[in-house]
Design a protein. Sequence first.
Length: 131
Amino acid sequence: TANACASVDRKQKIEALKYLIDQMIQQCKRINAKLIIVNIPYPPKVEPLPADVLNIFESVQDNQNIFFIDMTLLFQSYEKKYGNASLKAGYGQDGHPSARAHLLIADALGPVIHEINSENAERKQIIKKPE
């Protein structure tokens, strides 16, 4: 039936997502990098991620080298105040984030990047050889 196919398709998509995230994590480990995953919901429907998808992102976030930033609540708050067209480029006709949406994303990413850079700076000071 259609429901059974949709269920199998959903399971395959979830497994594919887990696999792709694992591959990104492995590549980051290989080059000693941190991974930042950002969920950017696109208007007109700024809705939370499905629970099964959110659980995947939250479970990998426990690793010190992985950060998950979900823009949903911030976008929903902004949308309630200003309407969803202000988050979309092209006067609301384009599905891409507007300049304002990019600013919101940058404001959310800034502290995470600052934290990563601070950790890296501390690590470099610790690793420095005495002169």
